[in-house]
Design a protein around this ligand. Structure first.
Ligand SMILES: Cc1cc2nc3c(=O)[nH]c(=O)nc-3n(C[C@H](O)[C@H](O)[C@H](O)COP(=O)(O)OP(=O)(O)OC[C@H]3O[C@@H](n4cnc5c(N)ncnc54)[C@H](O)[C@@H]3O)c2cc1C
Length: 344
């Protein structure tokens, strides 16, 4: 197990640009939650994110004047730690309740979804929370894709796609399991990740000439290619245009994984004509985004994975029951494991 700061190496012989105590790969909710906790504990943290901004699967896509939550749609809160965090985000104006009229569409019926679920969304987009967390960190690097990691025995060396290098005493990965396997050459990690299967999801962002559902804001779809449709305008703080997000089922997404986005957008918009309760809409705009690793089929219930002999933690929604609440709890757990290991 690694503890304490790496001994200073003279700059001339150090192949790395700089040395950080804890490197966190991924600026989704798990990584940013962990980073914030570790900073609170007084640690030096660098967050490395391959995308141009924070959010990961809680992203919001801008297309001209339109905005789409094309990944996570909303979240619920059950664990007391997450409930109190959500209350703090709500007080800070980062999230609001989404009291939507949600239906369940079967092949020949449409009915209300079960009542009583308290749903929240980020405001003005799902990425609001991650944007806030990233903004409060001193060192969050975007466009920094980690392509190689090397265990140095008492720390880690990370290399970016631009050839930049960085050293850390501890490493936290919050990337999907498939990407963890590619980045970490350590058999216990591969064994721990073996059972997890991340399912894909094609998301279509569309603007229609009229409301897609007259009586509902969103619907779970249990028939055909789609699994979910949602009006963006029904969420608080969004423009009142007929912008909708359509999600394909995991089975359809897997079968069409390598299709081109244009044909996916066309096929999923065409599916709407078959849906109970849907009006005949014309798409004024439609584009598709593929989430190759959207949701865990069989998530772990471990909080986070910790490999003390290597100073390596792994976190993400798929470690803690999946979903946004799981990502948050997994980030907390990883931070606590690392903080305990680094305690004097
Ligand atoms: C289509 C879809 C619908 C969903 N709907 C819901 C929902 O309604 N409710 C709900 O609670 N949850 C939902 N989820 C799940 C939710 O989005 C996730 O649980 C949560 O966002 C996961 O956060 P995370 O930090 O664990 O992972 P991520 O958000 O995936 O963060 C991982 C980050 O690592 C980065 N990364 C990956 N590889 C590298 C690398 N090599 N170098 C640097 N950075 C890297 C990625 O770019 C990403 O930003 C949905 C997800 C999808 C895709």
């Amino acid at each position: 197990m690694t503890t304490g700061l790496r001994p200073t190496t003279p700059p001339s012989s150090n192949p790395c640009a700089d040395a950080q105590r804890i490197a966190v790969i991924g600026a989704g909710l798990a990584g940013l939650t962990a980073a914030r906790e570790l900073v609170k504990h007084g640690h030096r943290v660098v967050v490395l994110e391959k995308a141009r901004g924070p959010g990961g699967r809680m992203s919001t896509r801008r297309e001209g004047t339109f905005r789409f939550d094309h990944g996570a749609q909303y979240f619920t809160a059950r664990d007391p730690r997450f409930i109190s965090q959500v209350e703090a985000w709500r007080d800070a104006g980062l999230v609001q309740r989404w009291d939507a009229g949600i239906a369940v569409i079967e092949s020949d019926t449409i009915r209300p979804a079960s009542a009583g679920t308290r749903r929240y969304v980020g405001v003005p987009g799902m990425n609001a929370v991650c944007g806030h967390l990233a903004g409060a960190l001193a060192d969050c690097r975007f466009g920094w894709q980690v392509i190689r990691t090397q265990s140095l025995g008492d720390g880690w060396m990370l290399e970016s796609s631009d050839g930049e290098r960085l050293e850390a005493d501890c490493l936290l990965l919050t990337v999907p399991p498939e990407q963890c396997r590619a980045l970490i050459d350590y058999a216990p990690v591969h064994r721990a990740l073996e059972p997890i299967d991340m399912r894909p999801c094609w998301a279509v962002m569309a603007v229609f000439d009229r409301p897609l559902l007259q009586a509902w804001d969103a619907a779970f779809v249990n028939t055909g290619a789609l699994s979910w449709i949602a009006s963006q305008a029904s969420k608080p703080g969004r423009p009142s245009v007929q912008a909708w997000v359509l999600h394909a089922s995991a089975a359809w997404s897997r079968a069409h994984l390598e299709d081109d986005p244009e044909s996916v957008a066309g096929a999923l918009v065409a599916e709407l004509a078959r849906l109970q309760g849907a009006t005949a809409v014309r798409a004024e705009y439609a584009s598709a985004h593929r989430w190759r690793y959207a949701l865990a089929g069989a998530p772990l219930d471990k909080g986070a994975l910790w490999f003390g002999a290597r100073g390596l933690a792994i976190a993400g929604d798929w470690c803690a029951g999946s979903r946004i609440e799981g990502a948050f709890l997994s980030g907390l757990e990883a931070a606590s494991r690392i903080a305990v290991s680094l305690a004097p």
